[in-house]
Design a protein around this ligand. Structure first.
Ligand SMILES: [Zn+2]
Length: 153
């Protein structure tokens, strides 16, 4: 398992630190934990594009944790090089409603054209995602907040 910090900053714009984001690469699968602003460019620096992300875990939906999802979804529709790989989003209860409203706000501009997007809301417990075992737990912040512990054995 290779872990790369894409952003460790806050919601305050900074040239030193991006907003929250972590890339977890395991057995050829690219997972993100949060997708704050600056993360997309940081991924490009690593040679990882919008085609390469398999799964995104969101800790919660504050802007510093979700904002690069918007250009990611928009770019994934790019007619000349549309994303084809299905995308899975995992987040706490309430994320689906937030996501639906986000999609509505941007009309059709974020809707997948050539891939499927599946959202799973998780509460607590252990779930398997391929070879990754993920323990999900509530985190004190907002009701939707979840923490994730990743193990591979
Ligand atoms: Zn927050």
């Amino acid at each position: 398992m290779k872990i790369t910090i894409l952003g460790s900053g806050t919601a305050v714009p900074s040239l030193q630190r991006n907003s929250s984001g972590v890339l977890i690469q395991d057995n050829g699968v690219n997972s993100l934990v949060d997708f704050g602003y600056g993360n997309l460019r940081q991924l490009l620096n690593l040679g990882v594009t919008y085609h390469d992300i398999d799964r995104i875990f969101f800790t919660h939906n504050h802007p510093g944790h979700v904002s690069d999802l918007i250009p990611f979804l928009f770019g994934s529709r790019y007619q000349l090089d549309a994303r084809k790989k299905d995308l899975e989003i995992i987040a706490g209860p309430g994320f689906q409603d937030f996501f639906d409203k986000l999609m509505l706000a941007f009309k059709h501009w974020l809707k997948p054209t050539e891939y499927k997007l599946n959202i799973s809301e998780v509460d607590e417990g252990v779930r398997d995602f391929g070879k990754l075992k993920v323990q999900v737990g509530k985190v004190k912040h907002i009701a939707m907040s979840r923490g994730y512990r990743f193990t591979n054995d």
